[in-house]
Design a protein around this ligand. Structure first.
Ligand SMILES: Nc1ncnc2c1ncn2[C@@H]1O[C@H](COP(=O)(O)OP(=O)(O)OP(=O)(O)O)[C@@H](O)[C@H]1O
Length: 199
């Protein structure tokens, strides 16, 4: 269970939100919505333990986020997340897993990339891939290692229709299997209804 408890976030001199309170439990998902600049990315970073709120706190199963155990349960994909252009798709996945302290075999990485339609492109430096393909390399992390909590900032950006369909099914399956997803998107998210948090 992820719980946002009376969160207040100030950027510059401007309060983005205050006293924000919600919980997302196993088998459910939340859509964080709001206009440009409302603070959606700021909120996701706070939920992921990457930034601190001015007031309040975020708890994962009752404990403040940020622990190593929490990081192992977390798959965070930022809005501006970038692939490492000089590494291959495979090396990018291996690097991300190593940063998360997770063992990932070559076979597992290849399978994850294959599921995202990148079979045959695993060993190409990522700078030769299209914008949507680069995004797929990042998203392949979701299937490359297990994590109960997925925090995804604009996950559908740059994806074609087929990839949007694949990713939404993947998220739906994750939630059905008891996972939790928290996402931002300016478009409707093609999933069974979830909780809406409006900023
Ligand atoms: N480190 C920072 N210092 C000052 N202002 C910041 C900082 N980070 C974010 N902001 C400001 O906070 C506001 C919210 O930014 P944020 O990226 O969270 O919005 P958003 O809702 O995700 O927007 P978008 O829909 O455009 O992606 C913006 O006005 C931004 O300029």
């Amino acid at each position: 269970m992820l719980t946002a408890h009376r969160l207040t976030c100030v950027r510059g001199t401007r309060p983005l939100f205050s006293g924000l309170e919600f919980s997302v439990g196993p088998g459910t998902w939340a859509h964080i919505r709001g206009p440009n600049g409302a603070g959606k990315t700021s909120l996701l970073r706070i939920l992921a333990g990457l930034a601190h709120p001015e007031e309040g706190e975020v708890r994962w199963n009752g404990t403040k986020v940020g622990s190593e155990e929490f990081r192992r349960e977390l798959m965070y994909l930022g809005h501006r997340a970038a692939v490492k252009e000089d590494l291959t798709a495979l090396e990018n996945l291996e690097f991300a897993a190593a940063m998360d302290g997770v063992d990932l075999t070559r076979e597992e990485a290849e399978e994850a990339l294959g599921r995202f339609g990148l079979a045959g492109r695993e060993d190409l430096p990522v700078r030769f891939l299209s914008a949507g393909q680069k995004r797929r390399v990042l998203l392949a992390q979701t299937v490359a290692r297990p994590a109960q909590l997925w925090i995804l900032d604009e996950p559908f950006t740059a994806l074609d229709v087929k990839a949007v369909d694949f990713l939404s099914n993947l998220i739906a399956d994750h939630v059905k299997a008891g996972g939790i997803a928290v996402m931002t998107s300016h478009q409707a998210i093609p999933l069974p209804p979830g909780q809406v948090v409006e900023l």
